[in-house]
Every structure is written in C-alpha cells, then in structure tokens.
Design a protein around this ligand. Structure first.
Ligand code: RM4
Ligand code: MN
Ligand code: MN
Length: 433
C-alpha cells in the first residue's frame, strides 16, 4: 500500500465541477461550428482521447543550464519518486501513460519491482535511453573523447556493453525500443577523422543492433552540435538515415525538435523520413536558438502544428512503417516540471487535433491547382480553431482534469512532496545539468 500523497479522483471531480458549465457551453458551440464544416466533434474527442506521448523520467526533476541549477523543494530523489510524479501527470492529463528511462540515472535495483510499481499506477515503459556522454563513478574508461566512435577499441567496447545493458534492463521492464544519442564529435578542426569516426559508429552500432530482440526497434537520435562544438558524428537526419539503412529494418531515425540549426524546416525532415519508412518518432520540446529543451509548443506552436500536419497526413494515408513513438524531452529550469510536462502533453494533443481538422480535400485541390494562398488558408483555418473544449472534454471523460494546472496547484501536491521528500544528504541530482 502506498502511503505517499496522491491526488484522488474525487478531488479532480470536485475541481472539474467548477468549470463544467462553461466547458459544456463552449463545446456545444464548437460542435455547431464544426458541423458547418461537416466535422463531427465526437470524432475529434475520440482522436484526442487516443493520443499518447511518453514522459521522460529526467524531465520531472529540475534541470539546469551550464551556469546553474536551482533545485526546488519536493523534487523526486529516485526513480520511484519520479514515477510517482509521472503518475500524477498521467492522472491529470490522461495522455501520458508511458515513461522513458535514462540509464544509469534510473537504473533499477530490481526491474521486476519497478515494473510492478509502474503497473499499479497505470504506467508502462517506453524507449530506453543510454548515456555515454558522461563518465560514471568507477567507470574504467573515460568518454571525454568519445564513446561509440572513440579511437580506442576498449572505450568503444565499454560503450557498446552499456547500450546492451540498457536493452537488457528494458527487456525486464517491458520496453520495446532503445534510443541512442551520443555526444561524440570534435571541438577543433582536425581533432577527429570525420569518415573514420562514422565508420566506427556503424561498427559499434552493429553490435548493439545484434543484441535487439526481434520485436524491438533502435532509434538513432541526431543533433548538430553540443557537447562537441566543431563537429558531431551523428549531426543530421541524413547521417541518421544513412546509418539506419546500413543497420537494417529495426533501425529508425528519431527527431528531437531542438537538434537542428535555427530555421531548419523540421516538418520537411519529418515528411522525408516518413516517405523513406524510417521515422522512429520524436523527442518533443521547443527552442529559440539551440537545444533549449523548452516546453513543447511554447515558442513555435505553428511549427508543431505543421509537423503534426505531416503526421496526420501519413496516418490517413496509412504510410508503410509509420508507427511513430512520441516522447517529450524537456528540461525545466524555471517552472515546476510537473506543470511544464502537463502543459506540453496538452499542447501535443492540441496540435494533433488541429491537424485532424485540416480539410485534406481542399488542401490537395489547392496544391494541384497551384493556389498557395488557398493552401495556406486551409492550414490556417485548422490551426486557428480553438480546440480547447475538445481537449477538456476528452480529459474529463477519462477522469482527468479540465484544468490540469490549477487542479495540480489546488491539490497542494508539491508542498506535500516537499514534506515527504526531504533532501538526502550528499545525494546528487541526476538529470540534465
Ligand atoms: C541530449 C538528447 C538526448 C537526451 C540528453 C539528456 O541532448 O536530447 O535525447 O537523452 O540530451
Ligand atoms: Mn533528445
Ligand atoms: Mn537534446
């Protein structure tokens, strides 16, 4: 029996009561409006209810920049407490039943026990993530100059073994995918032999690939810079795609929205990867300059919508190999991580539902008739439709909160956790710093 504080269903229902009448009014009005466009609002509620996105275990702790980290009271201190927070997010927004783990930050002492703890809260485990961008205490070889692409065989072997260990842990937890992001690269021109580094990457990845169970997938995550500031081995989607093809049918390309140069047309990359049957899925977040890991939809909501426009188009066309894994990958420095993750969860459903609203026939006609303004207007009509009542109704029907943020604040959850989770002496926070 879990003695720790949880937000109970009756409290959520009581909070929902406050907003029920206006939600109904807005919902009815929107239903009539959509009817004029021959759209049945109930179909959209069904779509919103079915949408799923995984929460990153590392996202529920306070992040930080390379200047500072400002820890907050009541932060989770271990993977069990992280799952408690993920369960709270799931309870309020209903679209986030899966958690993505980062090893060794979340390495469980007993995977069976952790799996059961998650199951009791309606949670399960999404893709595993390896970490060869940091040295761990007691580790034999350093990753200072690389991991899977390091010139020394022994370092590469250690990094390969770590990835295989992640897959083993994932098997015990019921996961079905493994994500590999490496920080390998160079800080100076000439530091690294560009082609040789990629050859070594492929050689290492082949060994990891061989350890994948039949029903697993491996996700290659590219990023154009950081921590390497001159050259990065898996720097862009083209390199990622080449590697995924070389590795085989279980290898796919993961798109983290923050891992591209400013102004890159990410929705185009998404469309390409869909067309080539190699889209793994996403690490959703938002950014202004680099890998800022800001909340999804906070800076460029139209871009998020345009990405979902491609995804929905692929869904409706039943594109082969189209089975994207949706995950959040954010770092929260100035907000309560639970609130930020809930907001992001909601923003993704919003973009998804808005993309469902695109009049595909009208868009296609405009494209075929070379009418750019009409094409854009078709997209804008969907993007500017306020679908909030659909999202609220979908959440309320699933037992979630009409207003997740105020329900969370009213519940006093964070204050209760501050009491339950006093700082452990000498405990270092794991996560992005
Ligand atoms: C990287 C990348 C990875 C994430 C780490 C913490 O920039 O986004 O997905 O695991 O950060
Ligand atoms: Mn990422
Ligand atoms: Mn990142």
């Amino acid at each position: 029996m879990n003695a720790n504080f949880e937000i109970d269903d009756a409290f959520i229902a009581e909070q929902n009561q406050k907003a029920k009448s206006w939600v109904q009014e807005d919902y009815d009005h929107l239903a009539r409006k959509l009817q004029r466009r021959k759209v049945d609002i109930e179909d959209l509620v069904a779509k919103a209810s079915a949408f799923r996105v995984a929460v990153p275990s590392w996202g529920v702790g306070t992040g930080g920049t390379r200047f500072a980290r400002f820890p907050a009271a009541g932060e989770p201190r271990d993977i069990y407490e992280k799952l408690e927070d993920c369960a709270t997010i799931f309870k309020l927004v209903c679209s986030t039943p899966a958690v993505s783990l980062h090893i060794p930050w979340d390495k469980p002492a007993d995977a069976g026990d952790l799996r059961e703890f998650a199951r009791q809260r309606g949670l399960h485990f999404d893709a595993m993530n390896s970490n060869t961008f940091q040295d761990q205490p007691g580790q034999k070889h350093s990753y200072k100059f690389g991991s899977l692409t390091h010139p020394e065989r022994l370092v590469r072997e250690q990094a390969i073994a770590h990835n295989i260990e992640c897959i083993e842990i994932g098997k015990a937890l019921g996961s079905k995918a493994h994500t590999v992001w490496i920080g390998d690269g160079g800080n100076f021109p000439g530091q690294q032999h560009v082609r040789r580094a990629l050859e070594r990457y492929l050689e290492s990845m082949r060994e990891i690939y061989a350890a994948l169970p039949d029903d697993w997938r491996v996700f290659i995550e590219h990023k154009f810079y950081e921590p390497a500031f001159y050259s990065t081995v898996i720097n862009d989607w083209g390199t990622s795609y080449y590697c995924a093809r070389e590795l085989g049918p279980k290898a796919f390309c993961l798109v983290d929205l923050g891992h591209h140069a400013p102004n890159v047309n990410i929705e185009m990359i998404v469309a390409r990867l869909i067309q080539f049957g190699k889209l793994a899925g996403f690490h959703f977040n938002d950014s202004k300059y680099g890998d800022d890991d800001l909340d999804s939809g906070s800076v460029k909501p139209f871009q998020l919508f345009l990405i979902f426009n491609e995804l929905v188009d692929a869904e409706l066309n039943q594109e082969p190999h189209f089975d994207p894994a949706y995950m959040l990958d954010q770092s929260h420095n100035v907000t309560d991580p639970i609130e930020s993750l809930m907001m992001s969860g909601v923003e993704l459903v919003r973009a998804y539902v808005q993309a469902q609203l695109v009049d595909r026939q009208q868009l296609s006609d405009a494209q075929e008739k070379c009418d750019p303004l009409r094409a854009l207007a078709t997209l804008k009509q969907a993007f500017t439709t306020d679908v909030a009542p659909i999202l609220a109704v979908a959440r309320a029907r699933a037992g979630g909160a009409i207003d997740p943020i105020s329900t969370f604040r009213e519940s006093g959850y964070r204050q209760r956790k501050a009491e339950e989770r006093p700082a452990r002496k000498g405990a270092a926070a794991s996560g992005i710093v």
